[in-house]
Design a binder for this molecule. Structure first.
Ligand SMILES: Cc1cc2nc3c(=O)[nH]c(=O)nc-3n(C[C@H](O)[C@H](O)[C@H](O)COP(=O)(O)OP(=O)(O)OC[C@H]3O[C@@H](n4cnc5c(N)ncnc54)[C@H](O)[C@@H]3O)c2cc1C
Ligand SMILES: Cc1cc2nc3c(=O)[nH]c(=O)nc-3n(C[C@H](O)[C@H](O)[C@H](O)COP(=O)(O)O)c2cc1C
Length: 763
């Protein structure tokens, strides 16, 4: 095959090498606009895994790369006058220039023609004279633009500014992050050694800080001097250097996240940064480029036609790219939002930084650096009041709200059972909640329990509006208190426009087949075209419902509940006041967010006055309507939480969605946790996270990183009432109390669940 590689970066060169190794008869030319040693940038990092892939593909160049590697195992974080070091991270770095020289030499040795200082004006032209054109022309790929209508590139320019500098100061003991507070805001550096006397020094900051420094108007030299001043105490008198002569102006950039919808056109295929980028903070751009080169070379050999090879290449590499881009997005967003975390204690800040991409889990961190993680766990337990010498996972730390003390951080999330009769809980509820309380969670929250018959969602919903309800709930609460050390929370709610609907396992949210009752809402809007239009509440209705909430709270107090949660989420009555999607009122209860919050806050204040002062109250909110700017967005949720916090709400239970049939949620592991993270770290309010959290590791990393104070699990507790005790057994933690009659079962589980030795609970 006659092959043209457009671009002599890692992708173009390594593809040429990989093809030639598979068939020496290929006639390959690499076209590169720069001179051979004229490369921008400083060092790049490669993981051990990537290196193994390179070694399998071409042991010779891999050996040369290895000879020039700088290795380091530690990550050091300078933050608030402290240096925190953790180990076991295993990186290696190489100068970009050296990497390219090795690849150039290898390519020449294999008979590949390298044409430097050759600007290619059009890939289409090359495509006429070659069987295959690999467009590896980098981040600003001209080929991608030339065929933009076909490749359909999605380019998202990220918020932060960064500049890629170098220094002769040594950072050879650790990959180093430095966070510096300046008069214009925080500026931070990512620094790593890549050869004996040079280190990469990437400086990054928010746009606002960048503007205030006036970096944009500086020459590259002036920029280096300004950054030297900021980081003087870490540079030991060494200078910062720029080698971005190819960039105009100050050389600061905004990272563009690139992903093309299609990667090939006729006999042209995109590779490396031209096809997709990964943010530098996960250090994977070169990895992606070189591994894509290997994949393409393999498929061109294994597939019968070029088109089939392109299809396979795109299919396989897209999955890998999406996986990396998702980790990179988490990581770059962490840096974009870093000011949110800059109040954290250095231990928690470091943990948050290390786990930012969500690729490193809590237990993975233990494998990397057990000592550091145990120190962090001890810090967490100490802060939680567990005693100075306790080393346990964060999920097993106590938590206190007013006078309520929880033994651990796991919460059984409220889940409607639809098994009540005329609002009255039955033996189903006794057994159901009793089992969950026995199962080890620190807090069990009962399902949305309605303040009136009309306020029920379905005829199977529980209520707290009749003496019989109070007595039935008291029986359940008494059982929980007598037989377990779990606490129990009563969630009170009113269904609003989503009321008078079928049981959860029938047609959810659909009107009853018969016997519908009229429903109330802030405005005369139906939940869906199939539901009845609600009656807009008058002031008298609002007084009545408020009084019903108060009466229910009084009953819950008499029944002995430890905590109350007011349900202001999921499109039910109070939630439908908060979201502009369903609140169209023109009085003091509609319009601005303050107005829309007025009624839910009125209810809260009335309930708070009736609820024992020593017991906490939580409010559950939908932090995102998932409809874009027409509805509640996470930033509005911060404003909502501030109002709740000011009103004296003890904790915000951060859920999302179910407020509109137009919602388009983006699901995924822990998908609602970022909202809790944002609220907790921007307002300082205690939060509960919920939503697709199902592994102990999720719970531990959420808590340890300070993304929530408590973690709610709903569906996992339907599948396993003993989720917490099982998690403890699996993790080798022997500190959770089992009900005495179950000791033989516990002991057997301990014996068969992995670790023979119990994890010490104190050192
Ligand atoms: C600040 C920063 C830090 C980074 N750190 C790392 C890291 O630690 N680890 C890592 O793996 N990656 C890192 N990267 C990313 C990495 O540099 C790129 O992902 C990688 O270089 C992509 O390789 P490529 O071959 O696709 O593109 P490039 O390396 O950009 O190569 C493209 C080549 O094509 C040439 N070219 C372009 N147009 C033409 C034309 N019309 N005619 C002729 N030649 C042309 C260019 O001169 C260039 O040499 C970092 C990137 C940045 C910005
Ligand atoms: C069967 C079922 C019933 C639910 N009922 C309620 C409820 O009564 N009140 C409430 O706030 N959330 C309710 N939810 C939502 C859960 O509390 C939780 O927010 C959601 O299921 C996401 O958590 P998960 O991924 O752990 O299941 C219910 C969820 C399920 C699965």
């Amino acid at each position: 095959m006659k092959i043209a590689c457009l671009g002599g970066g890692p992708a173009g060169l390594y593809f040429a090498i990989s093809m030639k190794l598979r068939d020496a008869a290929h006639d390959i030319t690499v076209f590169e606009r720069n001179k051979p040693d004229d490369t921008f940038g400083w060092g790049v990092v490669l993981s051990n895994e990537t290196f193994e892939n390179l070694a399998k593909n071409d042991p010779l160049s891999a050996g040369e790369i290895r000879r020039h590697f700088a290795y380091w195992d530690d990550i050091a974080v300078h933050y608030r006058g402290q240096k925190i070091v953790s180990t076991g991270h295993g990186f290696s770095g190489i100068a970009r220039k050296k990497l390219l020289q090795i690849l150039q030499q290898r390519a020449r040795g294999l008979g590949i023609e390298l044409r430097f200082e050759t600007e290619v004006a059009s890939a289409a032209e090359l495509a006429k004279s070659h069987d295959l054109v690999v467009a590896a022309d980098g981040l600003n790929s001209r080929t991608r633009n030339e065929f933009a209508a076909h490749f359909k590139p999605g380019i998202e320019t990220r918020k932060n500014k960064f500049v890629w500098l170098g220094t002769h100061q040594k950072f050879d003991d650790a990959f180093t992050f430095i966070f510096e507070a300046t008069e214009h805001g925080w500026v931070w550096a990512h620094a790593y050694q890549f050869d004996a006397d040079t280190a990469t020094f990437i400086v990054e900051c928010a746009d606002d800080t960048w503007q205030k420094f006036g970096f944009g108007a500086m020459s590259q030299d002036e920029n280096c001097r300004a950054c030297e001043t900021i980081f003087a105490k870490y540079l030991g008198g060494h200078r910062l250097m720029s080698n971005a002569a190819h960039l105009r102006g100050s050389a600061w950039l905004n990272f563009p996240r690139v992903l093309c919808e299609t990667w090939s056109y006729d006999n042209i295929v995109l590779m490396g940064d031209a096809a997709a980028t990964a943010h530098f903070s996960v250090g994977s751009g070169t990895k992606l480029a070189m591994e894509s080169a290997i994949a393409m070379a393999n498929y061109l050999r294994s597939e019968p036609t070029m088109a089939a090879a392109f299809a396979k290449y795109e299919d396989a590499r897209r999955t890998e790219v999406l996986r990396l881009q998702s980790a990179a997005r988490n990581s770059l967003e962490w840096f974009e939002d870093v000011e949110r975390y800059l109040h954290l204690d250095p231990v928690q800040f470091n943990y948050s930084l290390l786990t930012r991409s969500q690729r490193i889990s809590h237990e993975n961190l233990r494998l990397r650096d057990k000592t550091w993680l145990e120190g962090a766990e001890a810090w967490f337990q100490r802060l939680a009041g567990a005693g100075d010498n306790t080393v346990r996972r964060p999920m097993f730390a106590p938590f206190r709200l007013r006078d309520m003390r929880l033994k651990n951080r796991v919460v059984v999330s409220p889940m409607a059972q639809y098994k009540a009769i005329d609002g009255c809980p039955t033996d189903w509820h006794l057994v159901h909640y009793g089992e969950r309380a026995k199962g080890g969670a620190g807090l069990v929250c009962i399902e949305m329990t309605c303040v009136s018959p009309e306020g029920r969602i379905t005829p199977g919903c529980t209520g707290m509006y009749a003496p019989a309800h109070e007595a039935a709930w008291q029986r359940i609460v008494d059982f929980v208190h007598a037989e377990t050390d779990a606490k129990i929370c009563c969630q009170l709610g009113h269904s609003g426009a989503k009321g008078s609907t079928q049981l959860g396992w029938e047609e959810m949210d659909a009107p009853l087949k018969s016997g519908n009752w009229p429903v109330l809402a802030p405005s005369a809007i139906a939940w869906s075209p199939h539901n009845q239009v609600a009656r807009a509440m008058t002031r008298a209705d609002m007084d009545l419902v408020r009084d019903q909430f108060v009466a229910s709270a009084e009953m819950a107090a008499r029944a002995g509940f430890d905590m109350l949660e007011i349900h202001c989420a999921h499109g039910y009555l109070l939630s439908s006041f908060i979201t502009p999607l369903t609140n169209r009122r023109s009085d003091a209860y509609g319009g601005s967010l303050e107005n829309r919050m007025r009624y839910p806050l009125e209810i809260f204040h009335a309930v708070r006055a009736a609820w024992p002062a020593e017991k906490p109250i939580s409010v559950r909110i939908s932090a995102n309507d998932w409809v874009g700017s027409d509805g509640i967005e996470p930033r509005d949720a911060v404003a909502i939480s501030r109002l709740l916090q000011e009103a004296g709400v003890d904790i915000c239970d951060v859920s999302a969605g179910q407020t509109s049939i137009a919602a388009r949620p983006v699901y995924g592991r822990m998908f609602q946790t970022p909202f809790s993270d944002r609220i907790r770290n921007e307002t300082g309010m205690a939060t509960m996270a919920v939503g697709n959290i199902f592994e102990p590791d999720h719970v531990n990393s959420i808590l340890m990183a300070g993304r929530a104070d408590l973690v709610c699990l709903a569906r996992p507790h339907l599948a396993d009432p003993y989720w917490t005790l099982h998690a403890a057994a699996k993790l080798g933690d022997r500190g959770e109390a089992w009900p005495p009659p179950y000791y033989p079962g516990r002991d057997q589980l301990y014996r068969i669940s992995g670790s023979a030795e119990p994890v010490p609970t104190a050192v």
